[in-house]
Ligand binder design. Structure first.
Ligand code: UAG
Ligand code: ATP
Ligand code: API
Ligand code: MG
Length: 486
Protein backbone atom coordinates (compact mmCIF):
# COMPACT_ATOMS: atom_id res chain seq x y z
CA UNK A 1 0.00 0.00 0.00
CA UNK A 2 1.27 3.43 -0.96
CA UNK A 3 0.09 7.00 -0.47
CA UNK A 4 1.62 10.38 -1.15
CA UNK A 5 2.77 12.19 1.99
CA UNK A 6 0.41 15.06 1.15
CA UNK A 7 -2.54 12.65 1.27
CA UNK A 8 -1.35 11.22 4.61
CA UNK A 9 -1.15 14.59 6.29
CA UNK A 10 -4.38 15.97 4.84
CA UNK A 11 -6.51 17.59 7.53
CA UNK A 12 -3.70 17.79 10.07
CA UNK A 13 -3.71 21.26 11.53
CA UNK A 14 0.07 21.65 11.57
CA UNK A 15 2.06 24.61 12.87
CA UNK A 16 4.81 24.36 10.32
CA UNK A 17 5.91 22.14 7.43
CA UNK A 18 9.54 22.05 6.38
CA UNK A 19 10.39 20.55 2.97
CA UNK A 20 8.40 20.45 -0.24
CA UNK A 21 8.96 16.86 -1.32
CA UNK A 22 5.86 14.70 -1.63
CA UNK A 23 7.22 11.15 -1.49
CA UNK A 24 5.25 7.92 -1.57
CA UNK A 25 4.76 6.57 1.96
CA UNK A 26 4.38 2.87 2.74
CA UNK A 27 3.82 2.95 6.47
CA UNK A 28 3.28 5.16 9.50
CA UNK A 29 5.39 4.18 12.50
CA UNK A 30 5.82 5.55 16.01
CA UNK A 31 8.69 3.27 16.99
CA UNK A 32 12.07 4.19 15.48
CA UNK A 33 13.04 0.51 15.59
CA UNK A 34 10.33 -0.28 13.05
CA UNK A 35 11.23 2.46 10.56
CA UNK A 36 11.82 1.35 6.97
CA UNK A 37 12.87 3.24 3.83
CA UNK A 38 9.34 4.50 3.06
CA UNK A 39 8.12 5.37 6.54
CA UNK A 40 6.69 8.43 8.17
CA UNK A 41 7.94 8.52 11.75
CA UNK A 42 5.65 10.05 14.36
CA UNK A 43 7.43 11.18 17.53
CA UNK A 44 5.11 10.77 20.52
CA UNK A 45 5.78 11.47 24.16
CA UNK A 46 5.31 8.17 25.98
CA UNK A 47 4.95 7.06 29.55
CA UNK A 48 8.60 5.99 29.80
CA UNK A 49 10.50 7.95 27.17
CA UNK A 50 9.94 10.74 24.68
CA UNK A 51 9.77 9.53 21.07
CA UNK A 52 11.43 12.81 20.02
CA UNK A 53 14.68 11.34 21.35
CA UNK A 54 14.60 8.84 18.48
CA UNK A 55 14.03 11.18 15.54
CA UNK A 56 17.70 10.99 14.52
CA UNK A 57 17.58 7.17 14.61
CA UNK A 58 14.42 7.19 12.50
CA UNK A 59 16.08 9.45 9.93
CA UNK A 60 19.20 7.30 9.92
CA UNK A 61 17.01 4.30 9.16
CA UNK A 62 15.44 6.06 6.20
CA UNK A 63 12.31 7.87 7.42
CA UNK A 64 11.09 10.13 4.61
CA UNK A 65 9.06 12.37 6.87
CA UNK A 66 8.72 13.11 10.57
CA UNK A 67 5.64 14.30 12.39
CA UNK A 68 6.65 15.83 15.71
CA UNK A 69 5.89 18.46 18.33
CA UNK A 70 9.48 19.66 18.47
CA UNK A 71 11.88 19.92 15.54
CA UNK A 72 15.25 18.18 15.90
CA UNK A 73 18.51 20.06 15.77
CA UNK A 74 20.62 19.80 12.64
CA UNK A 75 20.01 19.94 8.94
CA UNK A 76 18.07 17.16 7.23
CA UNK A 77 17.40 18.38 3.70
CA UNK A 78 15.96 15.06 2.49
CA UNK A 79 13.35 14.77 5.19
CA UNK A 80 10.00 16.53 5.42
CA UNK A 81 9.09 17.75 8.92
CA UNK A 82 5.54 18.38 10.03
CA UNK A 83 5.41 20.23 13.34
CA UNK A 84 2.16 19.78 15.27
CA UNK A 85 0.82 20.60 18.73
CA UNK A 86 -0.38 17.04 19.42
CA UNK A 87 1.47 14.12 17.81
CA UNK A 88 -1.07 11.53 19.00
CA UNK A 89 -3.88 13.41 17.26
CA UNK A 90 -1.81 13.94 14.12
CA UNK A 91 -0.90 10.25 14.03
CA UNK A 92 -4.59 9.32 14.28
CA UNK A 93 -5.42 11.59 11.34
CA UNK A 94 -2.48 10.27 9.29
CA UNK A 95 -3.49 6.67 9.99
CA UNK A 96 -7.11 7.32 9.00
CA UNK A 97 -5.92 9.05 5.79
CA UNK A 98 -3.48 6.27 4.96
CA UNK A 99 -6.09 3.53 5.34
CA UNK A 100 -8.96 5.52 3.70
CA UNK A 101 -10.85 6.21 6.92
CA UNK A 102 -12.08 2.65 7.44
CA UNK A 103 -13.97 3.33 10.69
CA UNK A 104 -16.42 5.55 8.80
CA UNK A 105 -17.25 2.57 6.55
CA UNK A 106 -18.12 0.31 9.48
CA UNK A 107 -20.73 0.52 12.19
CA UNK A 108 -18.23 0.77 15.00
CA UNK A 109 -19.26 0.18 18.61
CA UNK A 110 -16.82 0.68 21.49
CA UNK A 111 -17.20 -0.83 24.94
CA UNK A 112 -15.55 0.75 27.95
CA UNK A 113 -15.67 0.05 31.69
CA UNK A 114 -13.50 -1.60 34.31
CA UNK A 115 -15.07 -5.02 33.91
CA UNK A 116 -17.18 -6.65 31.24
CA UNK A 117 -15.61 -5.09 28.12
CA UNK A 118 -14.39 -8.36 26.62
CA UNK A 119 -17.64 -10.12 27.48
CA UNK A 120 -19.93 -7.47 26.00
CA UNK A 121 -17.82 -6.82 22.88
CA UNK A 122 -17.38 -10.53 22.17
CA UNK A 123 -21.05 -11.34 22.72
CA UNK A 124 -22.05 -8.49 20.41
CA UNK A 125 -19.72 -9.83 17.74
CA UNK A 126 -21.02 -13.39 18.26
CA UNK A 127 -24.60 -12.13 18.05
CA UNK A 128 -23.87 -10.24 14.84
CA UNK A 129 -22.34 -13.38 13.35
CA UNK A 130 -25.34 -15.49 14.45
CA UNK A 131 -27.59 -12.96 12.74
CA UNK A 132 -25.62 -13.51 9.54
CA UNK A 133 -23.72 -10.21 9.49
CA UNK A 134 -20.08 -9.83 8.56
CA UNK A 135 -18.29 -8.37 11.53
CA UNK A 136 -14.96 -7.75 13.20
CA UNK A 137 -13.87 -7.74 16.82
CA UNK A 138 -10.99 -6.11 18.72
CA UNK A 139 -10.70 -7.62 22.17
CA UNK A 140 -8.29 -8.67 24.90
CA UNK A 141 -8.56 -12.30 23.80
CA UNK A 142 -8.04 -11.84 20.07
CA UNK A 143 -9.02 -9.78 17.08
CA UNK A 144 -11.34 -11.23 14.48
CA UNK A 145 -12.15 -10.38 10.89
CA UNK A 146 -15.27 -12.45 10.33
CA UNK A 147 -14.03 -15.91 11.39
CA UNK A 148 -10.35 -15.19 10.91
CA UNK A 149 -8.61 -14.99 14.27
CA UNK A 150 -5.61 -12.72 14.76
CA UNK A 151 -3.49 -12.75 17.90
CA UNK A 152 -3.28 -9.52 19.87
CA UNK A 153 -1.08 -8.06 22.58
CA UNK A 154 -3.36 -5.25 23.76
CA UNK A 155 -7.00 -4.85 24.75
CA UNK A 156 -7.07 -1.81 22.46
CA UNK A 157 -4.30 -1.70 19.85
CA UNK A 158 -2.55 1.53 18.81
CA UNK A 159 -4.30 3.84 16.35
CA UNK A 160 -2.25 2.72 13.31
CA UNK A 161 -2.87 -0.97 13.95
CA UNK A 162 -6.55 -0.22 14.56
CA UNK A 163 -6.97 1.61 11.27
CA UNK A 164 -5.10 -1.17 9.45
CA UNK A 165 -7.28 -3.83 11.07
CA UNK A 166 -10.44 -1.92 10.23
CA UNK A 167 -9.36 -1.47 6.62
CA UNK A 168 -8.96 -5.26 6.43
CA UNK A 169 -12.43 -5.59 7.92
CA UNK A 170 -13.80 -3.27 5.23
CA UNK A 171 -12.00 -5.28 2.54
CA UNK A 172 -13.53 -8.46 3.99
CA UNK A 173 -17.00 -6.93 3.63
CA UNK A 174 -17.68 -6.36 7.33
CA UNK A 175 -20.60 -4.14 8.25
CA UNK A 176 -19.79 -3.99 11.94
CA UNK A 177 -16.83 -3.74 14.24
CA UNK A 178 -17.07 -4.22 17.98
CA UNK A 179 -14.16 -3.18 20.10
CA UNK A 180 -12.99 -2.79 23.66
CA UNK A 181 -11.86 0.67 24.58
CA UNK A 182 -9.47 0.57 27.53
CA UNK A 183 -8.82 3.64 29.64
CA UNK A 184 -5.15 3.50 28.63
CA UNK A 185 -6.29 3.68 25.01
CA UNK A 186 -8.47 6.76 25.56
CA UNK A 187 -5.70 8.47 27.49
CA UNK A 188 -3.07 7.70 24.84
CA UNK A 189 -5.25 8.70 21.88
CA UNK A 190 -5.46 5.16 20.49
CA UNK A 191 -9.15 5.69 19.56
CA UNK A 192 -8.71 9.28 18.45
CA UNK A 193 -10.49 10.11 15.20
CA UNK A 194 -12.40 6.81 14.98
CA UNK A 195 -15.97 7.21 13.81
CA UNK A 196 -18.06 5.46 16.47
CA UNK A 197 -21.73 4.60 15.95
CA UNK A 198 -22.10 3.70 19.58
CA UNK A 199 -20.42 3.58 22.95
CA UNK A 200 -21.25 1.29 25.85
CA UNK A 201 -20.26 1.86 29.48
CA UNK A 202 -20.40 -1.21 31.75
CA UNK A 203 -19.11 0.02 35.12
CA UNK A 204 -16.21 1.65 36.86
CA UNK A 205 -14.43 0.43 39.96
CA UNK A 206 -10.95 0.23 41.41
CA UNK A 207 -8.26 -0.63 38.84
CA UNK A 208 -5.27 0.90 37.06
CA UNK A 209 -4.67 3.57 39.70
CA UNK A 210 -0.97 2.97 39.14
CA UNK A 211 -1.51 4.63 35.75
CA UNK A 212 -4.36 7.12 36.30
CA UNK A 213 -3.29 8.01 39.86
CA UNK A 214 -6.73 9.01 41.15
CA UNK A 215 -10.20 7.54 40.74
CA UNK A 216 -11.52 10.91 39.52
CA UNK A 217 -8.94 10.97 36.76
CA UNK A 218 -9.85 7.37 35.81
CA UNK A 219 -13.53 8.43 35.55
CA UNK A 220 -12.59 11.54 33.56
CA UNK A 221 -10.70 9.42 31.01
CA UNK A 222 -13.62 7.00 30.58
CA UNK A 223 -15.98 9.95 30.24
CA UNK A 224 -13.83 11.51 27.52
CA UNK A 225 -14.72 8.58 25.27
CA UNK A 226 -18.41 9.53 25.57
CA UNK A 227 -17.69 13.28 25.31
CA UNK A 228 -16.09 12.62 21.93
CA UNK A 229 -18.95 10.56 20.45
CA UNK A 230 -20.77 12.21 17.53
CA UNK A 231 -24.44 13.18 17.69
CA UNK A 232 -25.57 10.32 15.42
CA UNK A 233 -24.12 7.74 17.83
CA UNK A 234 -25.72 6.14 20.87
CA UNK A 235 -24.25 6.28 24.38
CA UNK A 236 -25.58 3.22 26.19
CA UNK A 237 -24.70 3.25 29.87
CA UNK A 238 -25.33 0.98 32.81
CA UNK A 239 -27.81 2.83 35.03
CA UNK A 240 -27.04 0.38 37.88
CA UNK A 241 -23.51 1.74 38.17
CA UNK A 242 -23.36 4.87 40.27
CA UNK A 243 -21.09 6.57 37.74
CA UNK A 244 -23.15 5.48 34.73
CA UNK A 245 -25.08 8.68 34.18
CA UNK A 246 -21.94 10.81 34.54
CA UNK A 247 -20.93 9.42 31.15
CA UNK A 248 -23.97 11.15 29.62
CA UNK A 249 -23.21 14.57 31.05
CA UNK A 250 -21.39 16.09 28.09
CA UNK A 251 -22.05 13.72 25.23
CA UNK A 252 -23.82 14.71 22.03
CA UNK A 253 -24.73 11.05 21.42
CA UNK A 254 -28.26 9.87 22.23
CA UNK A 255 -28.65 9.00 25.90
CA UNK A 256 -29.63 5.35 26.44
CA UNK A 257 -29.50 3.28 29.61
CA UNK A 258 -29.74 -0.35 30.66
CA UNK A 259 -30.56 -1.79 34.05
CA UNK A 260 -31.49 -4.85 36.08
CA UNK A 261 -33.09 -2.65 38.75
CA UNK A 262 -34.73 0.52 37.55
CA UNK A 263 -36.58 2.14 34.70
CA UNK A 264 -34.21 2.30 31.77
CA UNK A 265 -34.22 2.22 27.98
CA UNK A 266 -33.46 -1.52 28.22
CA UNK A 267 -34.28 -3.72 31.21
CA UNK A 268 -33.69 -7.34 32.12
CA UNK A 269 -34.77 -9.49 35.05
CA UNK A 270 -33.31 -12.77 36.27
CA UNK A 271 -36.19 -15.21 36.63
CA UNK A 272 -34.03 -18.00 38.02
CA UNK A 273 -30.29 -18.34 38.56
CA UNK A 274 -28.53 -21.71 38.76
CA UNK A 275 -25.00 -23.06 38.39
CA UNK A 276 -25.84 -24.21 34.90
CA UNK A 277 -27.13 -20.80 33.79
CA UNK A 278 -30.12 -18.53 34.18
CA UNK A 279 -33.59 -17.83 32.90
CA UNK A 280 -33.63 -14.22 31.77
CA UNK A 281 -36.56 -11.98 30.97
CA UNK A 282 -36.01 -9.11 28.53
CA UNK A 283 -38.90 -6.87 27.52
CA UNK A 284 -41.45 -9.54 28.31
CA UNK A 285 -39.64 -12.40 26.54
CA UNK A 286 -37.96 -15.16 28.55
CA UNK A 287 -35.04 -17.32 27.49
CA UNK A 288 -32.48 -19.65 29.00
CA UNK A 289 -28.81 -18.78 28.82
CA UNK A 290 -25.74 -20.63 30.14
CA UNK A 291 -24.34 -17.45 31.73
CA UNK A 292 -24.08 -17.23 35.53
CA UNK A 293 -24.42 -14.24 37.84
CA UNK A 294 -26.10 -10.83 37.93
CA UNK A 295 -23.11 -9.20 36.26
CA UNK A 296 -23.62 -11.42 33.24
CA UNK A 297 -27.33 -10.56 33.12
CA UNK A 298 -26.11 -6.97 33.04
CA UNK A 299 -23.70 -7.77 30.19
CA UNK A 300 -26.50 -9.48 28.26
CA UNK A 301 -28.89 -6.54 28.55
CA UNK A 302 -26.08 -4.30 27.30
CA UNK A 303 -25.77 -6.57 24.26
CA UNK A 304 -29.52 -6.45 23.72
CA UNK A 305 -29.64 -2.66 24.05
CA UNK A 306 -26.78 -2.16 21.61
CA UNK A 307 -28.36 -4.61 19.18
CA UNK A 308 -31.64 -2.70 19.29
CA UNK A 309 -29.80 0.61 18.83
CA UNK A 310 -28.15 -0.89 15.76
CA UNK A 311 -31.62 -1.61 14.45
CA UNK A 312 -31.63 -5.40 14.88
CA UNK A 313 -35.05 -7.03 15.00
CA UNK A 314 -36.16 -7.78 18.57
CA UNK A 315 -37.27 -11.41 18.00
CA UNK A 316 -34.27 -12.33 15.87
CA UNK A 317 -31.97 -10.69 18.37
CA UNK A 318 -33.42 -12.64 21.29
CA UNK A 319 -33.21 -15.92 19.37
CA UNK A 320 -29.54 -15.24 18.59
CA UNK A 321 -28.84 -14.24 22.18
CA UNK A 322 -30.35 -17.46 23.47
CA UNK A 323 -27.65 -19.31 21.52
CA UNK A 324 -24.72 -17.39 23.00
CA UNK A 325 -22.09 -19.34 24.88
CA UNK A 326 -19.67 -18.18 27.55
CA UNK A 327 -16.53 -16.26 26.59
CA UNK A 328 -13.17 -18.03 27.13
CA UNK A 329 -11.87 -17.81 30.70
CA UNK A 330 -15.00 -16.08 31.97
CA UNK A 331 -16.79 -18.32 34.46
CA UNK A 332 -15.62 -21.49 32.70
CA UNK A 333 -16.73 -24.48 34.72
CA UNK A 334 -15.17 -27.95 35.00
CA UNK A 335 -16.61 -30.91 36.96
CA UNK A 336 -14.43 -33.57 38.56
CA UNK A 337 -15.49 -37.21 38.54
CA UNK A 338 -15.97 -36.98 42.29
CA UNK A 339 -18.38 -34.04 41.90
CA UNK A 340 -16.19 -31.02 42.66
CA UNK A 341 -16.98 -27.97 40.52
CA UNK A 342 -14.06 -25.87 39.29
CA UNK A 343 -14.64 -22.33 38.09
CA UNK A 344 -11.93 -20.46 36.17
CA UNK A 345 -12.60 -16.75 35.92
CA UNK A 346 -10.65 -13.68 34.80
CA UNK A 347 -11.65 -11.66 37.88
CA UNK A 348 -8.51 -9.59 38.47
CA UNK A 349 -10.05 -6.51 40.10
CA UNK A 350 -11.71 -6.24 43.53
CA UNK A 351 -15.13 -5.59 41.98
CA UNK A 352 -14.90 -8.48 39.52
CA UNK A 353 -13.81 -10.83 42.30
CA UNK A 354 -16.63 -9.67 44.56
CA UNK A 355 -19.14 -10.17 41.74
CA UNK A 356 -17.98 -13.62 40.79
CA UNK A 357 -17.90 -14.73 44.44
CA UNK A 358 -21.37 -13.32 45.05
CA UNK A 359 -22.62 -15.07 41.92
CA UNK A 360 -21.32 -18.39 43.29
CA UNK A 361 -22.62 -17.69 46.81
CA UNK A 362 -26.08 -16.88 45.48
CA UNK A 363 -26.37 -20.33 43.95
CA UNK A 364 -24.32 -22.62 46.19
CA UNK A 365 -25.95 -24.63 48.95
CA UNK A 366 -24.73 -23.99 52.54
CA UNK A 367 -22.98 -27.37 52.75
CA UNK A 368 -20.91 -26.65 49.63
CA UNK A 369 -17.51 -25.24 50.61
CA UNK A 370 -16.04 -22.54 48.38
CA UNK A 371 -12.24 -22.54 48.05
CA UNK A 372 -10.78 -19.54 46.22
CA UNK A 373 -7.32 -19.49 44.65
CA UNK A 374 -6.24 -15.96 43.77
CA UNK A 375 -3.23 -13.67 43.32
CA UNK A 376 -2.57 -10.17 41.96
CA UNK A 377 -0.41 -9.15 39.04
CA UNK A 378 3.07 -7.69 39.44
CA UNK A 379 4.02 -4.28 37.92
CA UNK A 380 0.38 -3.27 38.23
CA UNK A 381 -1.80 -1.30 40.64
CA UNK A 382 -0.58 -2.24 44.12
CA UNK A 383 -3.55 -0.64 45.91
CA UNK A 384 -5.94 -3.31 44.65
CA UNK A 385 -3.99 -6.16 46.27
CA UNK A 386 -5.24 -5.96 49.91
CA UNK A 387 -8.77 -5.18 48.67
CA UNK A 388 -8.84 -8.28 46.48
CA UNK A 389 -7.63 -10.45 49.35
CA UNK A 390 -10.28 -8.95 51.65
CA UNK A 391 -13.03 -9.67 49.11
CA UNK A 392 -11.79 -13.23 48.67
CA UNK A 393 -11.76 -13.92 52.41
CA UNK A 394 -15.11 -12.25 53.05
CA UNK A 395 -16.88 -14.34 50.43
CA UNK A 396 -15.11 -17.74 50.55
CA UNK A 397 -14.83 -20.62 53.01
CA UNK A 398 -11.10 -20.90 52.38
CA UNK A 399 -8.60 -18.84 50.41
CA UNK A 400 -5.27 -19.78 48.88
CA UNK A 401 -3.21 -16.72 47.99
CA UNK A 402 -0.79 -17.35 45.17
CA UNK A 403 1.07 -15.76 42.25
CA UNK A 404 -0.52 -14.17 39.16
CA UNK A 405 2.05 -12.92 36.64
CA UNK A 406 4.46 -11.47 39.22
CA UNK A 407 6.38 -9.93 36.31
CA UNK A 408 9.41 -8.07 37.72
CA UNK A 409 8.19 -8.11 41.33
CA UNK A 410 9.02 -10.50 44.13
CA UNK A 411 6.01 -12.89 44.40
CA UNK A 412 6.21 -13.11 48.18
CA UNK A 413 6.00 -9.31 48.51
CA UNK A 414 2.82 -9.20 46.41
CA UNK A 415 1.29 -11.87 48.63
CA UNK A 416 2.37 -10.01 51.77
CA UNK A 417 0.63 -6.89 50.43
CA UNK A 418 -2.51 -8.93 49.79
CA UNK A 419 -2.29 -10.31 53.34
CA UNK A 420 -2.44 -6.76 54.72
CA UNK A 421 -6.09 -6.65 53.67
CA UNK A 422 -6.95 -9.62 55.87
CA UNK A 423 -7.68 -9.20 59.55
CA UNK A 424 -5.76 -11.45 61.96
CA UNK A 425 -8.87 -13.34 63.05
CA UNK A 426 -9.57 -14.25 59.41
CA UNK A 427 -6.07 -15.46 58.61
CA UNK A 428 -7.00 -18.92 59.80
CA UNK A 429 -8.96 -19.27 56.55
CA UNK A 430 -5.93 -18.42 54.44
CA UNK A 431 -3.05 -20.42 53.00
CA UNK A 432 -0.27 -18.87 50.98
CA UNK A 433 1.34 -20.98 48.28
CA UNK A 434 3.66 -19.10 45.93
CA UNK A 435 3.60 -21.69 43.18
CA UNK A 436 0.26 -21.31 41.39
CA UNK A 437 0.17 -24.90 40.15
CA UNK A 438 0.77 -26.14 43.69
CA UNK A 439 -1.93 -23.77 44.98
CA UNK A 440 -4.47 -25.19 42.52
CA UNK A 441 -3.43 -28.74 43.39
CA UNK A 442 -3.94 -28.04 47.11
CA UNK A 443 -7.40 -26.54 46.47
CA UNK A 444 -8.41 -29.62 44.43
CA UNK A 445 -7.12 -31.93 47.16
CA UNK A 446 -8.93 -30.07 49.94
CA UNK A 447 -12.23 -30.00 48.04
CA UNK A 448 -14.82 -32.64 48.92
CA UNK A 449 -17.52 -33.88 46.52
CA UNK A 450 -20.00 -31.02 45.98
CA UNK A 451 -17.49 -28.31 46.84
CA UNK A 452 -16.49 -25.45 44.54
CA UNK A 453 -12.98 -24.36 43.62
CA UNK A 454 -12.71 -20.87 42.12
CA UNK A 455 -9.42 -20.09 40.39
CA UNK A 456 -9.49 -16.36 39.72
CA UNK A 457 -7.39 -13.76 37.91
CA UNK A 458 -5.98 -15.41 34.79
CA UNK A 459 -9.04 -16.72 32.96
CA UNK A 460 -8.04 -17.31 29.34
CA UNK A 461 -4.34 -16.55 29.86
CA UNK A 462 -2.02 -19.32 28.79
CA UNK A 463 1.14 -18.10 30.47
CA UNK A 464 2.68 -17.12 33.76
CA UNK A 465 5.09 -14.19 33.53
CA UNK A 466 7.99 -14.21 35.95
CA UNK A 467 10.90 -11.78 35.62
CA UNK A 468 10.25 -11.00 31.98
CA UNK A 469 9.94 -14.69 31.05
CA UNK A 470 6.60 -16.16 30.01
CA UNK A 471 6.12 -19.89 30.41
CA UNK A 472 3.07 -21.91 29.47
CA UNK A 473 0.45 -21.90 32.21
CA UNK A 474 -3.28 -22.46 31.88
CA UNK A 475 -5.52 -22.59 34.98
CA UNK A 476 -8.08 -24.63 33.04
CA UNK A 477 -5.59 -27.31 31.98
CA UNK A 478 -4.19 -27.61 35.48
CA UNK A 479 -7.54 -27.88 37.20
CA UNK A 480 -8.60 -30.58 34.69
CA UNK A 481 -5.37 -32.46 35.28
CA UNK A 482 -5.92 -32.62 39.05
CA UNK A 483 -9.64 -33.33 38.68
CA UNK A 484 -8.80 -36.29 36.44
CA UNK A 485 -6.68 -37.73 39.24
CA UNK A 486 -9.56 -37.59 41.74
C1 UAG B 1 1.98 2.16 29.72
C2 UAG B 1 1.40 1.99 28.35
O1 UAG B 1 0.22 1.84 28.20
N1 UAG B 1 2.28 2.04 27.34
C3 UAG B 1 1.82 1.95 25.95
C4 UAG B 1 2.40 3.14 25.18
O2 UAG B 1 3.78 3.08 25.21
P1 UAG B 1 4.63 4.10 26.06
O3 UAG B 1 3.96 5.41 26.08
O4 UAG B 1 4.92 3.47 27.37
O5 UAG B 1 5.98 4.13 25.20
P2 UAG B 1 7.42 4.58 25.69
O6 UAG B 1 8.23 3.36 25.97
O7 UAG B 1 7.32 5.64 26.73
O8 UAG B 1 7.98 5.21 24.34
C5 UAG B 1 7.51 6.46 23.81
C6 UAG B 1 7.61 6.43 22.33
O9 UAG B 1 8.98 6.27 21.95
C7 UAG B 1 9.07 5.28 20.98
N2 UAG B 1 10.41 4.68 21.00
C8 UAG B 1 10.86 4.06 22.11
C9 UAG B 1 12.13 3.47 22.09
C10 UAG B 1 12.91 3.51 20.93
O10 UAG B 1 14.02 3.00 20.84
N3 UAG B 1 12.39 4.15 19.85
C11 UAG B 1 11.17 4.73 19.85
O11 UAG B 1 10.75 5.28 18.84
C12 UAG B 1 7.97 4.31 21.35
O12 UAG B 1 7.60 3.49 20.24
C13 UAG B 1 6.86 5.25 21.75
O13 UAG B 1 6.14 5.67 20.62
O14 UAG B 1 1.98 3.06 23.83
C14 UAG B 1 2.36 1.86 23.15
C15 UAG B 1 1.79 1.93 21.73
O15 UAG B 1 0.40 2.10 21.72
C16 UAG B 1 1.80 0.64 23.88
O16 UAG B 1 2.23 -0.54 23.25
C17 UAG B 1 2.25 0.66 25.32
O17 UAG B 1 1.59 -0.41 25.97
C18 UAG B 1 2.36 -1.13 26.97
C19 UAG B 1 3.24 -2.17 26.28
C20 UAG B 1 1.39 -1.82 27.95
O18 UAG B 1 1.71 -2.79 28.59
N4 UAG B 1 0.19 -1.30 28.10
C21 UAG B 1 -0.86 -1.84 28.97
C22 UAG B 1 -0.79 -1.32 30.39
C23 UAG B 1 -2.19 -1.46 28.34
O19 UAG B 1 -2.25 -0.58 27.48
N5 UAG B 1 -3.25 -2.13 28.74
C24 UAG B 1 -4.59 -1.84 28.24
C25 UAG B 1 -5.61 -2.71 28.96
C26 UAG B 1 -5.77 -2.32 30.37
C27 UAG B 1 -7.08 -2.90 30.90
O20 UAG B 1 -7.04 -4.02 31.42
O21 UAG B 1 -8.11 -2.23 30.82
C28 UAG B 1 -4.72 -2.21 26.77
O22 UAG B 1 -5.48 -1.53 26.06
O23 UAG B 1 -4.13 -3.24 26.36
N1 ATP C 1 -20.48 -6.44 34.03
C1 ATP C 1 -19.58 -6.86 34.91
N2 ATP C 1 -19.48 -6.30 36.13
C2 ATP C 1 -18.57 -6.70 37.02
N3 ATP C 1 -17.71 -7.72 36.81
C3 ATP C 1 -17.76 -8.32 35.61
C4 ATP C 1 -18.69 -7.93 34.60
N4 ATP C 1 -18.50 -8.71 33.52
C5 ATP C 1 -17.49 -9.53 33.83
N5 ATP C 1 -17.04 -9.32 35.10
C6 ATP C 1 -15.93 -9.98 35.81
O1 ATP C 1 -14.74 -9.40 35.29
C7 ATP C 1 -13.91 -10.39 34.69
C8 ATP C 1 -13.33 -9.84 33.41
O2 ATP C 1 -14.39 -9.69 32.48
P1 ATP C 1 -14.09 -9.13 31.04
O3 ATP C 1 -12.91 -9.82 30.50
O4 ATP C 1 -15.32 -9.15 30.24
O5 ATP C 1 -13.69 -7.63 31.43
P2 ATP C 1 -12.72 -6.61 30.73
O6 ATP C 1 -13.32 -5.27 31.05
O7 ATP C 1 -12.57 -6.91 29.31
O8 ATP C 1 -11.31 -6.80 31.44
P3 ATP C 1 -9.84 -6.29 30.90
O9 ATP C 1 -9.82 -4.82 31.19
O10 ATP C 1 -8.84 -6.98 31.69
O11 ATP C 1 -9.76 -6.58 29.46
C9 ATP C 1 -14.82 -11.58 34.46
O12 ATP C 1 -14.08 -12.77 34.49
C10 ATP C 1 -15.81 -11.47 35.61
O13 ATP C 1 -15.27 -11.98 36.78
N1 API D 1 -5.58 -6.08 31.51
C1 API D 1 -5.14 -6.38 32.85
C2 API D 1 -5.16 -7.85 33.04
C3 API D 1 -4.66 -8.36 34.38
C4 API D 1 -4.68 -9.84 34.45
C5 API D 1 -3.87 -10.44 35.54
N2 API D 1 -3.78 -11.84 35.32
C6 API D 1 -2.47 -9.82 35.56
O1 API D 1 -1.64 -10.32 34.83
O2 API D 1 -2.24 -8.86 36.30
C7 API D 1 -3.75 -5.78 33.08
O3 API D 1 -2.89 -5.94 32.23
O4 API D 1 -3.59 -5.14 34.10
MG1 MG E 1 -10.91 -7.06 28.13
Amino acid sequence: MQKRLSECIKGIDYIEKIGNADPFIEDIVFDSRAVGPHSVFVAVRGTHVDGHEFVQDAIADGALAVICEQLPVGNHPNVVFVKVTDSHKAMAQAAANFYDDPSSKLKLVGVTGTNGKTTIATLLYNTARLLGFKAGLCSTLANYINDKKLETTHTTPDVVTLNKLMSEMVDAGCDYCFMEVSSHAVHQGRVEGLDFKGGIFSNISHDHLDYHKTFDEYIRVKKKFFDDLPDDAFALVNADDKHGRVMHQNTKASHKTYSLREVASYRARIVEGLFEGMQLSIEGEEFWTPFVGRFNASNLIAVYGAGRELGWDKKELLVAMSQLKSVGGRFETVRSKSGVTGVVDYAHTPDALKNVLEAINNIRRPEQTLITVVGAGGNRDTAKRPVMAAEAVKNSSKVILTSDNPRDEEPQIIIDQMMEGIQFAERIKVLTILDRREAIRTACTLAQPGDIVLVAGKGHETYQEVKGQRSHFDDREIIREFFDQQ
